[in-house]
Design a protein around this ligand. Structure first.
Ligand code: SF4
Length: 214
């Protein structure tokens, strides 16, 4: 007996041609490219200066981001801002976004806390056209890759953050030569047993990014 092909998830039909960042943001609000829009509150598109020299790419919005509709406004975002400033990168001058634009979570009961769930490779791939469109418009000099999901979205499924963190990589991505500095996702610092050590590791990687920008 043959099985039906898996439904293809992709944001591609929702990404408008020739739109600026505001146009992309509005269109992303209507994206139905994968099932993650069903349970999330809203699309959380990237934010920041369209001419930013550095683009920070995380995994997906968290609980606070989902409620507020802005990326990196929760505890991990606050930690990231502090680490960026300590490394010499003005967080206000960066463009911040996520590989996946809707919050994926599990919830034991309707009124219980929503627990972050990592997006699948299929969902990350589906959301890729939004990230590609952001990259094409912002044209950053450097991409800071925050964690494994962002790394797999940009560099392929064999990406391992521990192997390349704190180094400057040069890769062709969506037809453009990009420079990237991978590091951990700031939420992993919040979960670490040795939080101070993990934080200092993040700052050290971000210093590599700051030097690559200077
Ligand atoms: S996660 Fe991405 S592809 Fe999926 S519905 Fe949201 S914006 Fe569209």
């Amino acid at each position: 007996m043959s099985t039906a092909p898996e439904e293809q998830y992709t944001a591609e039909p929702f990404v408008p041609d020739g739109a600026d960042l505001d146009g992309l943001r509005r269109a992303a609000g209507e994206c139905r490219g994968c099932p993650l829009h069903r349970d999330a509150t809203q699309t959380v598109f990237g934010a920041g200066d369209a001419r930013a020299r550095v683009m920070l790419v995380g995994e997906q919005p968290g609980d606070q981001e989902d409620r507020q509709g802005k990326p990196f406004v929760g505890p991990a975002g606050k930690l990231l801002d502090r680490a960026l400033a300590e490394a010499g990168i003005d967080p206000g001058e960066a463009y911040v976004t996520n590989a996946v634009k809707h919050f994926k979570f599990t919830q034991a009961e309707p009124r219980k806390r929503r627990i972050h769930k990592a997006p699948s490779l299929r969902e990350t791939t589906a959301c890729g056209p939004w990230l590609a469109a952001e990259l094409a418009l912002v044209e950053p000099e450097l991409i800071v890759v925050l964690g494994a999901t962002a790394g797999k979205a940009l560099l392929g499924s064999s990406f391992r953050v521990g192997e390349v963190r704190g180094t400057v990589l040069e890769r062709e991505i969506h037809g453009r030569a990009e420079r990237l500095v991978p590091t951990v996702h700031p939420s992993s610092v919040l979960r670490a047993d040795d939080r101070e050590g993990a934080y200092q590791g993040l700052v050290a990687d971000l210093r590599v990014a700051a030097r690559a920008l200077s």
